[in-house]
Design a protein around this ligand. Structure first.
Ligand code: 5CA
Ligand code: ZN
Length: 409
């Protein structure tokens, strides 16, 4: 499906080489992400289009965008793919509960997501792919898993759904930091069905659900039905990027079971890991709870923009928090961002400022060190406060903010 359009970042002095370090949530260590030269391959788990785009989603996609921008500045080409989970239980449930057509709901929410991402100046993926347009890719991957004896049907006479056998893949729990008991609970909370009779292992995940009355379904060699969540992402990612790509990204709510399930399926299907590094963002909350569609405590990007908030102030709210931190949205954090934007705009529209070479170096170094946006903001704050008589400095700082932070001053 069509993505959106964001202006290409300007090329900064001294760009073209360097390494980006990222915290890999599987090993828990800081490690180089992307190749030394050539092409970096990036996959970001996309939205389930029924309640887009809240500040939690936006924070995650802006974090991914920082990586994209840091890589480009380091001289890499970036091949970036993203899915849209345009058929899945929560979307169908929401459509049914509100009495709307699920396709219409998804289309409307995808369009909203596109306009929100463009407003926040998030660079678009090269490939934005829905599940509905990828059914053959998904069923082809399930056929490969079948050839490896890694999928089976539950012996249910009415709905013989297909499952992926987690015992076929080693290390499902590696790096998740949770016990098997906790895993079952989290699995159940995040769309899994540990109690389903006939499964070989309680954590086995659904790959193909036979058609239920009133649910969308498509014909395939697995029967008439629709794909499960994890295998959909695995198929889209492998098809777009091939195995062992550089980074798979998403919110920390995907650290289990979604990403390990995808990785397990990919390992069985290709014999290779899915991604080298897993980037997981912290959870944005409101009033003491994670912002989530199921809780309904959402602050929408669109709502802030419709209230007249500058999209760059919204982006600065997100950048003021390290991507791995959990944080809460409050009107105060918005006020701080608006004030910062005003100061930066004042300083970059002045006829001169303090020499900005060190500012460029500091912002670049901060972002290459695990996307430390708060440190990058502090460097620009310090430059704006200093003042000086270098006539080329304001334009350089504006370019730094644009290229590396996506902030248009
Ligand atoms: N379609 C799946 C991924 S394949 C999905 O999780 N969709 S989503 O719409 O629920 O979330 C989209 C992205 O936003 C995911 O990366 C998710 O981890 C992230 N996300 C969701 N809620 C929050 C939050 N409160 N804070 C930060 N990130 C969040
Ligand atoms: Zn995903």
């Amino acid at each position: 499906m069509r993505a959106w359009v964001t202006p290409e970042p300007p090329v900064l002095p001294g760009s073209g080489s360097g390494r980006v370090l990222l915290h890999d949530s599987v090993t828990g260590m800081l490690q180089p992400a992307g190749p030394l030269t050539g092409e970096a391959r990036l996959y970001a788990c996309g939205i389930t289009p029924y309640d887009a785009t809240h500040l939690g989603h936006a924070a995650t996609y802006v974090a991914v965008d920082l990586l994209n921008r840091a890589w480009r500045d380091a001289g890499l080409r970036v091949r970036f793919a993203q899915n849209v989970t345009d058929v899945d239980d929560p979307l169908l449930e929401r459509a049914a509960a509100t009495g709307v057509d699920w396709v219409g709901l998804a289309d409307e929410q995808i369009e909203l997501y596109r306009t929100d991402m463009a407003a926040l100046r998030v660079l678009p993926p090269d490939q934005l792919t829905g599940v509905v347009e990828s059914l053959e890719t998904v069923t082809d991957l399930i056929a490969v898993l079948r050839d490896e004896q890694a999928v089976y049907q539950v012996p249910d006479p009415v709905y013989p759904d297909w499952y992926f056998s987690v015992t076929r893949a080693s290390n499902l729990m590696a790096g998740t930091g949770i016990s098997v008991v906790e895993a079952e609970q989290v699995f159940a909370e995040r769309g899994g069905d540990p109690e389903r009779p006939g499964k070989r292992h309680r954590l086995d995940c659904l790959v193909w659900r036979q058609a239920r009355p009133g649910e969308p379904a498509w014909d395939s060699w697995l029967g008439r039905g629709r794909p499960g969540w994890h295998v959909e992402c695995t198929a889209i990612a492998l098809d777009a990027l091939g195995p062992e790509f550089d980074v798979q990204a998403g919110g920390r709510d995907l650290a289990f079971p979604h990403h390990p399930m995808c990785a397990a399926e990919a390992r069985v299907a290709t014999g290779r890991p899915m991604a080298k590094v897993f980037l997981h963002t912290g959870m944005v909350g409101l009033d003491g709870e994670k912002m989530s569609k199921s809780l309904g405590n959402l602050v929408f990007v669109r709502r802030l923009l419709d209230d007249g908030v500058d999209p760059m102030a919204v982006r600065l709210v997100l950048l003021a928090h390290h991507y791995r931190a959990d944080w809460e949205y409050t009107p105060e954090v918005l006020a701080v961002a608006q004030e910062r934007l005003r100061r930066w705009r004042g300083a970059t529209s002045a006829s001169a400022g303090a020499d900005a070479t060190a500012t460029l170096d500091a912002v670049r170094a901060a972002l290459r060190n695990d996307l430390n946006a708060p440190a990058a903001l502090a460097a620009i704050d310090a430059w704006a406060a200093a003042g000086g008589d270098d006539p080329s400095a304001p334009a350089l700082v504006a370019e730094v903010a644009d290229a590396l932070l996506g902030i248009r001053l």
